[in-house]
Design a protein around this ligand. Sequence first.
Ligand code: FES
Ligand code: FES
Length: 166
Amino acid sequence: MKLAFEVNGERRTVETSPWKRLLDVLREDLRLTGTKEGCGEGECGACTVELDGEVVNSCLVAAGQCDGRRIVTVEGLARGGVLHAVQRQLVACGGAQCGICTPGIAVCAAHVVDRGLIAGCDDATARAKIRDLLAGNICRCTGYQLIVDAVIAAAREVAPGTEGAR
Ligand code: FES
Ligand code: FES
């Protein structure tokens, strides 16, 4: 079956089974290997992408559900060769170690920052909300504190409530 999507701002078509997982279409058909597989069953968030502006686990989405829709992967976060604020801050704050969770965390954190989901919160509230909003993204290396620090730093960098660095 021929399917067409907008991926990271570009129209892409693939000839594939509508039952193939979006995760596999991205990695195998489109060679966008930034999106990782951890659990393969919706528990870890390593495969997180945006689908029509919502964060989803691409291991749980069938390709056929994505026809005509807009997808953003970790490869789509940078603009004009400049990393998104969350990517830069994950590096600067030490919020990435082995890196398996990092693409999913970056996509989810960029969603949080760009949509101003912690805008106007005091520090404690913002930190609690970030932990809640990233609860579906499991990291086994960092202990989360440095990831939360990175999201706070990125949110300070990107104007709250705007599309910011995207
Ligand atoms: S690989 Fe999709 S949630 Fe873990
Ligand atoms: S950096 Fe290793 S799992 Fe998060």
